[in-house]
Design a protein around this ligand. Structure first.
Ligand code: GLN
Length: 236
């Protein structure tokens, strides 16, 4: 944490916010506040420079063309890459996840250059992956089984420097039996919308990374009921 508060930077709501991924900012703010940790959230439009002093950078999903534009602007800006070098946390969803990689497939399947902040490559798959996703998270992250919703055409291949975020129990994810990827504190996932509402343990992982310490546990019974309901509906 660079100061007395966690600075959250919500990257390009004008391009990458198609599926309500902005809710992730609210969950982080709330779970920090419940522990007495102040936050400051910046909603960064795509014509503004990426600030270097963020603690957590969030990227959402988007349609193919806004995704390409966002990748071009972020590459040109260079601020996100500098923040990652200084140890910032990045949580990226779907289009945001793909554009963190070396390249991804554009609207005609053409390769589009990404930011190279995660050792992944995405291409367009044969079929759209739409529906519920459930996965068991890599043990070292200490996050319980995740439940989410995915909606994407892309297929993602992990290189040697990226680890799979979760093993798919239900759904498609990357298309290789795993879902998402991470390296250090940069984490991408195909889980849209209420990803952090449905998975408070994942929200706390990002906050833990940002503050560099364990967090006081919270009463998660409501979130737990939602999780249980989704898990029961999807995997029985
Ligand atoms: N355009 C990308 C794909 O279809 C990302 C979609 C999304 O963010 N939901 O794979």
């Amino acid at each position: 944490m660079s100061s007395d508060r966690i600075k959250i930077v919500w990257i390009y709501p004008d391009l990458l916010s198609t599926y309500g991924d902005q809710g992730n900012t609210i969950v982080l703010e709330r779970r920090a506040a419940l522990r007495g940790i102040p936050t400051e959230t910046v909603h960064l439009r795509s014509d503004e420079p990426v600030p270097a002093d963020g603690d957590i950078y969030l990227l959402g999903g988007g349609e193919d063309r806004p995704q390409i534009l966002a990748a071009q602007r972020l590459r040109g800006d260079g601020g996100l890459a500098r923040a990652v070098q200084s140890g910032a946390v990045v949580f990226a969803v779907c289009a945001g996840y793909q554009l963190l990689g070396h390249e991804f497939g554009g609207e005609e399947g053409q390769p589009v250059a990404g930011l190279g902040l995660l050792d992944i490559r995405s291409t367009r798959g044969e079929q759209r992956a739409v529906g519920e996703i459930v996965g068991d998270v890599a043990g070292e992250l200490n996050v319980p089984r995740i439940t989410g919703f995915e909606n994407h055409q892309g297929v993602t291949h992990l290189g040697q420097n990226a680890r799979p975020f979760a093993k798919v129990v239900h759904g498609i994810g990357n298309g290789d039996g795993f879902e998402g990827a991470y390296n250090g504190r940069v984490l991408g996932t195909y889980m849209h919308g209420p990803a952090l509402v449905r998975n408070p343990g994942l929200a706390d992982l990002l906050l833990r990374w940002a503050v560099g310490a364990e967090l006081q546990p919270l009463d998660d019974s409501w979130a737990g009921r939602l999780r249980d309901e989704r898990l029961k509906a999807v995997v029985g």
